[in-house]
Design a protein around this ligand. Structure first.
Ligand SMILES: [Zn+2]
Ligand SMILES: [Zn+2]
Length: 202
């Protein structure tokens, strides 16, 4: 069984400040991985479909999910639906199984009344929230039972295909920069990149 606290150090370094919502994402990510019986993605073994948006706490929560699962924007094994819900689905690509995990509505509601959120509402930056407020909340998030804050759905079969990248490159006939060939389009004098196409239209 994976444990969220083992991802705290890398999560803190990646996320940039100590807050309760990043560890909450670690807990949720680890819960989903344990249900599916999978390890952190080294490449694209896992895929996350996240329902969060840009709202407060949502970005922190998703940074925790990315840290735990190894599903990152760099590897493109993650997508964001902007439903502004604290929920996500984790897909195990090899077994074509998925599980959806969400914050319990009551917990989510209480969380938005926490002393950390009060500070944020008063305009305090997350990195400036005093440790005596942030630390106990983080400790609580890392130690409370999953049933106190997570709804974990049933394992569901999916029909999911990972996108395949290309190893072929070519140069744009307009700017001369090298591009992966599957994103070159027809231009006035040969193949051009999407950046040049956008400039030509503007
Ligand atoms: Zn945060
Ligand atoms: Zn170009």
């Amino acid at each position: 069984m994976l444990e969220a606290k083992n991802f705290m150090e890398v999560g803190m370094a990646f996320h940039g400040h100590k807050c309760p919502a990043m560890p909450l994402g670690l807990r949720a990510g680890v819960a989903a991985m344990n249900v599916l019986g999978v390890d952190r993605a080294q490449d694209k073994e896992l895929h996350v479909i996240c329902e969060t948006g840009k709202g407060h706490a949502a970005g922190c929560f998703l940074d925790g999910i990315m840290t735990a699962t190894g599903c990152t924007y760099g590897k493109s094994n993650i997508e964001k639906l902007y439903y502004n819900k604290m929920a996500f689905t984790l897909i195990d690509v090899a077994s074509q199984r998925s599980v959806r995990v969400s914050l319990k509505p009551e917990f989510f509601g209480n969380m938005m009344q926490s002393p950390f959120v009060k500070q944020r509402q008063d305009g305090v930056l997350p990195q400036d929230v005093p440790a005596e407020i942030a630390d106990p909340l983080v400790e609580k998030v890392l130690s409370m039972p999953e049933a106190a804050f997570l709804d974990i759905g049933p394992i569901t079969s999916v029909d999911f295909k990972s996108g395949q990248g290309t190893f072929t490159t070519d140069c744009c006939s307009q700017c001369g920069e090298r591009v992966f060939s599957n994103k070159l389009v027809d231009g006035p004098e040969g193949k051009i990149c999407l950046g040049c196409q956008a400039k030509n239209v503007a």
